[in-house]
Design a protein around this ligand. Sequence first.
Ligand code: SF4
Length: 63
Amino acid sequence: MKVVVDRSKCTGLGICESLAPAFFEVDESGDLLVLKEDIEPGELAEIEEAVAGCPTEALKIEH
Ligand code: SF4
């Protein structure tokens, strides 16, 4: 599984970063960096929270 960002929807607010800091970082210009894409089984809950928490529905999990 991996996490995918729809850049056309992402507004760079960084809620995903606070929920899943191992995966996401918003840089000083407001661009989202995906630190890693591959999701280990133990990380699924964290990523699901970030997907649910993203206000613009820019994140999804690909199986
Ligand atoms: S929470 Fe959503 S909109 Fe905000 S930075 Fe993360 S992916 Fe982008």
